[in-house]
Design a protein around this ligand. Structure first.
Ligand SMILES: [Zn+2]
Ligand SMILES: [Zn+2]
Length: 353
């Protein structure tokens, strides 16, 4: 398996972002990403997908969309749609019809910023996901790089502070979203967690202050989705796109907050007598399974089984746990950064059956 780093969920001038696809590709190359997935609101932009190159460096730019019912008041239920063979925005008014349409179009889909909060000071309403009765979706955006700031904007001054010092924003996924994910997993569902940036690179004007807040290059160094693909990228866009979406659909990925330190190199594996698996996979509990995590740098590793923390290793770079009981096992890694203990890595689960 080969690890690649993808930044996903971002906007261009085709919706409410300030940059172009080319700007995004250049920012992605500058920050060392292997791929990006651009998701403008309710439009599937044609003719821009493929490899972009600067000198000897390249990045694969893929195009999906973020679909929601624009007539709904209040705004809710934003769905990230990737790899569909057509524009699905006409199905936006009913979330289940939309999800069925994504599956019919060969795509994968994720509930975006599922537990978004309102920010009255900035006239921002909550755009959380409300339609939890739906089924057939691939997963959820566990950590969104823009939504979290709304929990911190107690005054306009806070807004100015975080616009100038965005490194202080990200702490961890919303606790409600982590809880919801565990509940869905325990109910027997396979729910893939991804991390999105929701990058817009917007121009901000507040009196005399003018600044591009959260440029693409900033987002691309923060919350990424690290995906394990069976072969190295080939440089052929259709081949590589197929590998990436098969791995994403299977949950062979983790959410990495790469700003405190790169999370490249993290692994979470299960070893049984006859079989070895990675995150996203299923393994039999018969005769026991050894779960192993390895980090690029020491930090606090937490092993979660069916929503409960069952073991903690402090200041560790690796851990092993003998699992004899069936359950949904996942790993969280936390580390200190800018005065707070912050989430660093959130793995997808290994399903021990
Ligand atoms: Zn959204
Ligand atoms: Zn968005």
């Amino acid at each position: 398996m080969h690890e690649i780093v993808i930044n996903l969920h971002m906007h261009t001038t085709y919706s409410d972002g300030a940059g172009t696809h080319k700007d995004i590709a250049q920012a992605a190359i500058k920050t060392g990403l292997e791929a990006v997935i651009v998701t403008d609101h309710n439009v599937l932009v044609q003719g821009v997908e493929g490899y972009y190159r600067v000198g000897r460096d390249r990045v694969l730019l893929l195009v999906g969309q973020e679909v929601h019912d624009q007539d709904r008041d209040p705004q809710k239920n934003h769905l990230l749609v990737f790899n569909a063979n057509r524009d699905l925005s006409t199905l936006a008014d009913d979330p289940q019809t939309l999800i069925d349409g994504v599956n019919d179009a060969g795509g994968v889909c994720f509930s975006a910023h599922p537990d978004d909060v309102a920010s009255p000071i900035f006239n921002e309403t909550s755009i959380s996901w409300d339609a939890w009765e739906v089924h057939g979706y691939t997963g959820i955006e566990l950590w969104n790089g823009l939504s979290e700031i709304k929990t911190l904007l107690h005054t306009k001054l806070h807004g100015v502070f975080y616009a100038f010092f965005p490194h202080f924003i990200a702490q961890h996924p919303m606790p409600e979203t982590l809880q919801r994910w565990d509940d869905l997993l325990m109910a027997g569902g396979r729910v893939v967690a991804i991390g999105g940036s929701d990058a817009h690179a917007l121009d901000m004007h507040m009196g005399p202050i003018h600044r591009v807040i959260f440029p693409y290059t900033f987002h691309f160094r923060t919350i990424n989705t690290h995906v394990f693909i069976p072969e190295p990228l080939t440089g052929d866009a259709p081949t590589d796109k197929k590998m990436i979406f098969e791995s994403l659909a299977a949950g062979r990925c983790f959410v990495g907050y790469d700003l405190p330190a790169s999370t490249r190199g993290f692994t979470f594996k299960g070893k049984g007598v006859e079989q070895s698996v990675i995150m996203g996979d299923e393994i039999s509990s018969k005769r026991g399974v050894t779960l192993q995590a390895h980090l690029p740098k020491p930090a606090e590793i937490r092993l979660i089984k069916d929503g409960k923390t069952i073991a903690i290793w402090k200041h560790s770079q690796a851990c092993a746990y003998s699992a004899t009981e069936p359950g949904v096992y996942r790993v969280e890694v936390w580390r200190n950064y800018l005065g707070l203990k912050r989430g660093w890595i959130f793995s997808n689960p290994i399903y021990v059956r």
